[in-house]
Design a protein around this ligand. Structure first.
Ligand code: FAD
Length: 830
């Protein structure tokens, strides 16, 4: 096994040591700047509430594993988890609705959960003010993790298994040679290593800076107080063993006031997120002293009572018994927040062998540690952790200004009710395509993605809604699914299917792969043969060594040694770039350079049965099926504008993605616009696009499929060439998988009443039992029904009736053969 150095003996670092050692790795050293008995990081004062359910399946499963692990860590007959249950209460009608949605997530991700009445809330938690509670969500397996004790047990257990611990040892530098980590420098000398994993919590930014890596997290203060003893509880019989943690009531969340509660014997602990964000620079806290205790540790700042005043008032309203108490002790504890609220886990893009696992809650700690250990030892995590991937951020999202503003916003919104389509309000307009001015003239409604402004529909098309044929008229929606939606999308979809529409595709990731080793690199990483003639496009997959789907990409061969990749995420770029670098190092004659051309290019999708009419008016080039067949690519010009034409489509219609460089962007738009006038051209947005994509059956990497699923399960085997001669990552696994029948399938569902909209992540019921969950959903404009994709057991067959639960209402739907639109690709082929 490799020599591993783990920086930080908090709940993440010690769990990682354990997960590695239990997989047979032997040479592991954990370096901690503080004393091991109480290192002084966030774990040292964490009250340990574990609410597992989250809109993210990944985070929920990481939490579920953490619960199992905490229960397995035992000493003197007592483990590290008190399964008291979790209770989230609603004191507003909006929250009551939100709890229904959350109940849906719990069922989707396999967590037992119950929506309960105000009376049942009071039964479970008699101290609640009965006049305030409208209902609750109860999760029996939630509870309290004794994080500091778990850390001590993990240290003891892993030490016995041979892990070395160095306390009072400050990591001051990361050593490297030839682009690979070789060890760490500390105040007590160097420690050699093949792999270094930073589990430094909110010190992660400082550790990252040692190698020039921007770690997008922001340490923030968060208030926690303990009350004096509640007089009526003094002397009551509580279970005083360590694992019970002097608590009997469920852990409690009062999210309408940004509050949570737990018992500490006769006292109460209160956590508050409603105060102003309090950013901290970790390096300003100085070196951790030799002596750390509960009241003196670097992660504990002085209490600011004025910030707590609204919380104290709200607490006394909700829990009247606390009116008889005072605040006995309070502090502003520090932990990490990130731009999207997720953890940051993965390998540094600029230094091989350097990993991070930071911005991780106690709740997810063991799950994250297992995911990292599995990735290091087996090459993949059994739970897909792409949502936590360190390299998921765009360059603009790594700036200190962006990280600071968005992480503070995440703190403010942590318990807010957030619509899945709700964009950030700020920062906005960080990236705009060259079509932006024209889009504004057309009344574009923009949502934000990766810093980009992306039109969802154009108000200029509003009048078209009135002229829609009866069968294209948009159906009424409920209040929730009407947010960030406009019926104009139906008109834009109609135009795409019946005339022609123009879509801004600039926000999609585009990379170039060049050099004499370009073919070899792409042959080695993709599931299809991409060594075709220049001028061809291949839709293919990136899979891991177990055959799990990492991404689906479009590989266009522009020249012998020049390819363009249409990809999904910044993580795709980091993967290809790293592999390109390795190939160049090991076989310099076969060098391959991967670089991002997204911002240096712009792109319009021109699609619809009249697309060719539009293009023929502005170019004399041959755009017939002979001149540029389906899945062909060529460089040409349109009225003098140099362009690359890609004959492909995400919406299932004839046409091209037309790419140029930004200086020509506006001219390209204007030329097509001018020419399109007589052919019924409209500008169309992402809302129409999504509906058209889904009814055409195109899967979205990330939401519909990820590394937990193989191509047979996901229904994307068309992107694999089983007789491909060259070796590639995952080939052996795919060979084996091709002989197995899948146990689950991504299925297309259509809603029977033709109008009930679902949004994604809802649970799906088969024979009355929760059997799967919706991955993505949209109204299928052409098929005139809401359409959803869902993961379901493979015994569920086409034609079977199922139910989708939306805000506690069951919607009848049918498993339907897909794609629903143009299964023979006639429209695409023209
Ligand atoms: P840490 O525990 O901070 O460990 C990192 C370690 O790295 C530290 O011990 C540090 O000394 C060491 N280190 C850093 N730099 C160096 C260096 N250069 N050299 C050597 N060592 C170094 N989470 C929940 O899930 N539930 C809760 O109820 C909850 N409540 C919270 C309440 C408060 C008030 C706060 C502040 C946080 C709370 N959290 C909660 C969050 C949780 O505490 C943290 O997310 C978690 O403990 C982080 O664990 P960690 O191991 O990543 O970091």
């Amino acid at each position: 096994s490799q020599r591993v150095v783990i920086i930080g003996a908090g709940i993440v670092g010690t769990n990682l040591a354990d997960e590695l050692v239990s997989r047979g790795w032997k040479d592991i050293t954990v370096v901690e700047q503080g004393p091991l008995s109480l290192p002084g990081g966030s774990t040292s004062h964490a009250p340990g509430l574990v609410f597992q359910t989250n809109p993210s399946k990944t985070m929920t499963l990481l939490a579920k594993y953490t619960v199992e692990k905490m229960q397995s860590l035992e000493k003197d007959g007592q483990n590290c988890y008190n399964q008291l249950g979790g209770l989230e209460i609603a004191t507003t009608p909006e929250r009551l609705q939100e709890l229904k949605r959350k109940h849906g997530y719990a069922q989707s991700w396999g967590i037992e959960a119950h929506l309960i009445s105000p009376e049942e809330c009071l039964k479970k938690y008699p101290l609640l003010n009965k006049d305030m509670v409208l209902g609750g969500l109860h999760i029996p397996s939630d509870g309290l993790a004794l994080a500091a004790r778990a850390t001590q047990l993990l240290i003891e257990k892993t030490r016995n298994a041979g892990v070395q611990y160095r306390e009072h040892t400050l990591v001051t530098g990361i050593e490297q040679a030839d682009g690979h980590v070789t060890g760490v420098t500390t105040n007590n000398g160097s420690i050699p290593a093949d792999l270094v994993v930073s589990c430094a919590g909110f010190w992660g930014v400082e550790i990252g800076a040692m190698i020039g890596l921007k770690v997008p997290l922001l340490p923030l203060g968060h208030q926690y107080v303990k009350t004096t003893a509640v007089p009526s509880l003094v002397g009551r019989e509580v279970n005083k063993n360590i694992n019970a943690m002097n608590a009997e009531l469920p852990i409690l969340r009062h999210q309408d006031q940004d509050l949570y509660y737990r018992e500490h014997g006769e006292q109460f602990g209160i956590g508050y997120y409603g105060h102003r964000p309090m950013p901290v620079v970790a390096s300003s806290l100085g070196v951790t002293p030799k002596h750390v205790d509960e009241k003196n540790m670097p992660s504990r700042l002085d209490f600011t009572p004025e910030d707590f005043e609204p919380a104290w008032k709200a607490t006394k309203e909700l829990l009247p018994v606390l009116r008889e108490t005072e605040i006995a002790d309070g502090f502003n504890g520090i932990f990490s927040f990130t731009p999207d609220g997720g953890s940051v886990v993965g390998q540094a893009p600029n230094l091989d062998g350097f990993w991070v696992a930071e911005a991780v809650w106690v709740t997810h700690s063991a799950g994250v540690a297992r995911a990292v250990a599995e990735t290091l030892t087996e090459g993949r995590s059994s739970i897909d952790i792409s949502e936590c991937e360190l390299s998921r951020f765009e360059e603009v999202q790594l700036s200190p200004e962006y990280v600071s503003e968005t992480s503070q916003q995440n703190f403010v919104e942590i318990y807010d009710i957030i619509h899945p389509l709700a964009p950030k309000e700020s920062p906005r307009n960080l990236r705009v395509s060259p079509f932006h001015a024209r889009q504004r003239e057309q009344g574009a409604f923009f949502l934000e993605v990766g810093g980009w402004e992306r039109p969802h529909w154009y108000e200029a098309n509003a009048e078209l809604v009135k002229t829609l044929p009866e069968e294209w008229k948009p159906v009424d929606r409920d209040a929730w699914s009407s947010k960030f939606y406009s019926p104009i999308a139906a008109a834009e979809a109609w135009k795409t299917r019946n005339a022609v529409a123009m879509y801004d595709m600039t926000t999609f990731h585009r990379f170039e792969v060049s050099g004499p080793g370009a073919v070899h690199l792409l042959q080695r990483l993709t599931t299809s043969d991409v060594s075709k003639q220049p001028g061809t496009i291949t839709h293919t997959l990136l899979v891991n060594s177990h055959g799990g789907v990492l991404s689906d990409i479009f590989v266009s061969r522009l020249e012998n040694d020049l390819f363009q990749i249409g990809a999904n995420t910044a993580t795709d770029l980091a993967y290809l770039a790293r592999e390109g670098r390795h190939q160049t190092t090991h076989t310099p004659g076969q060098w391959a350079l991967v670089h991002d051309i997204t911002g240096g290019t712009c792109c319009l999708g021109l699609w619809g049965p009249r697309a060719r009419d539009v293009i023929q008016d502005v170019s004399s080039d041959d755009f017939s099926n002979k001149g540029l067949p389906y899945m062909g690519v060529k460089k040409t010009s349109i009225a003098g504008v140099p362009v690359t034409m890609f004959r492909k489509s995400f919406v299932g219609e004839y046409g091209w993605e037309i790419q140029t460089t930004p200086e020509y962007g506006q001219r390209l738009w204007d030329l097509l616009w001018q020419s399109g006038k007589t052919h019924g051209l409209v500008a169309a947005g992402r809302a129409a696009f999504n509906g058209l994509r889904i009814e055409k059956g195109l899967r979205a990497s990330g939401s519909d499929m990820n590394s937990e699923y193989n191509p047979w399960e996901a229904g994307v085997t068309y992107a694999i060439q089983m007789d491909k001669k060259d070796e590639y990552v995952g080939k052996a696994a795919l060979d084996q998988l091709s002989r197995k029948s899948p146990s689950k399938r991504l299925r297309c569902l259509t809603v029977d009443d033709g109008r009930s909209i679902v949004m994604g992540k809802e649970p799906v019921f088969y024979n009355g039992k929760a059997a799967g969950y919706v991955t993505s959903a949209a109204f299928g404009y052409t098929v005139r029904k809401p359409v959803a994709y869902a993961w379901l057991p493979s015994q569920v067959r086409e034609g079977d009736a199922i139910e989708i639960e939306y805000f506690s209402t069951k919607i009848q739907a049918t498993v339907t053969k897909d794609p629903l639109y143009d299964a023979q690709d006639r429209r695409l082929r023209g």
